[in-house]
Unconditional design. Sequence first.
Length: 295
Amino acid sequence: MRRVLFALVLVACSSEGSKASPDTDGGSTSPPGSDGGAPGGEEAGAPADGGVAANPCERPKPGPTTTGVPAGTKLTPSGTVTVTEDGAVVEDLDVSGEIVVKADNVTIRRVRITSGDYYPIRYDDHRGLLIEDSEIVGTSDAVTSAVSFAHYTARRVDVHGGADGFKADEDVLIEDCWIHDLRNGRGQHNDGVQSTGGKNVTLRHNVIAGASNACVQTGDENARVENLTIECNWLSGGGYTLNIRGKGATVPTGTKIIGNRFGRDHGYGPWTIDDPSPTIRDNVYDDDGTPIPYP
């Protein structure tokens, strides 16, 4: 069985001690076919078996005890990791730098990433990435978002400190995550989740708070957002908490906003939505359960 090879730079300790190897007591990577955990699959909206309860909206509210690296996990220090083999598993690492994914069906789990890089997890032209039980800490204004851009599942991830939480353009599932305390630097328009065009993005049962612009921002001059689902989240902050925009050829379609709980700390209102026929129901203010009508 072949070992998965990684390029490691910006090493946090000696080169031997920081290699991501199955033989270490701490962090490891597993070869394809191991029992290291099922990735999100080619369709990010199809979670791995056992990862979703029958009614996901009834799970505990995401926060410091339900997201991030589980308490008691032993992490091995590492520098930047580059993944080049399909089916690899990256786990139990404390990464200073970034994880660059250049392969399909990769799993990242029980990993803490502390990064001042543009994208702490850089991932775009591949499929089936699963990130779970991890923490991504942005340390500078240069951190544009924790994860970019498409074809991934993020589950029970604690994201904070960057400009945006996630870039989510196509075939993305984000659930049970805690997105909070974004950088909100001078001149920044911080968003919990931002999409600049694409299909099939689902945000389910997350806490998204503290973004200066919006919890969810969509809209682009070149591509429409289709089939965006926002359900059973806790959402607070922003000018409009949900800013679902587009005009002309980029007017959003298939938008669903269902069963969310909103804070009252928005600048203008809970949402502005350019989709001419969205599905919007069962949304309330979190403090007292007051229904939020649409339009």
